[in-house]
Design a protein around this ligand. Structure first.
Ligand SMILES: [Zn+2]
Length: 177
């Protein structure tokens, strides 16, 4: 359910933004899109989300221009972040940092680096090596000191996601036959 609109929300862009990404699952779908997931079945595997809910959330994100839905004509449908969707990255990064700081005593769950020089990213999104604000496709994500592989049954999607990789790089999984 969307948050109820109130008079006060009319002058609050956070409330407006939460109408788009504030529903349960939605930011996790966006996170997985940053991690390179594009296919419906991969989102289901990775999130364990009910299919009907995923369908509804994806539809909403496409309608709002956060994702595109591309059908290649042979039945393969892919969802990808638009530029507008990619602009959500600093918000996700800030929430990840906040979660690490307060709920991950062993350190960051995932470490972010500038892929070009391997230096760590600061909380401000700048590379601690070269000082650049690192563009999203140049950010490398890898398991950090606080990372604990959780699933008893390791699926191929998780295995690929937990290896060091660049954001937005498509996750190649075998097509179902
Ligand atoms: Zn750098």
């Amino acid at each position: 359910m969307a948050l109820p609109s109130t008079y006060a929300d009319r002058n609050c862009s956070l409330a407006r933004a939460l109408e788009i990404v504030g529903e349960r699952w939605t930011l996790l779908i966006v996170r997985d899109a940053f991690l390179g997931l594009r296919r419906f079945g991969d989102f289901v595997t990775q999130l364990g989300i009910p299919r009907a809910v995923l369908t509804e959330r994806l539809r909403h994100l496409v309608r709002e221009g956060v994702l595109t839905r591309d059908d290649d004509g042979s039945g393969t449908v892919e969802y990808r972040l638009t530029d507008k969707g990619i602009e959500l990255w600093p918000a996700l990064h800030a929430l990840m940092n906040w979660g690490d700081a307060h709920y991950s005593p062993a350190g960051a769950k995932r470490t972010l680096r500038h892929d070009r020089d391997g230096a760590l990213l600061g909380a401000d999104g700048r590379c601690r090596g070269c000082g650049e604000v690192v563009p999203v496709p140049e950010i490398r994500i890898e398991p950090g000191p606080g990372f604990t592989p959780g699933k008893a049954v390791v699926d191929p999607v998780s295995v690929r996601l937990n290896a060091p990789r660049r954001l937005l790089e498509p996750l190649e999984t075998p097509r179902p036959r």
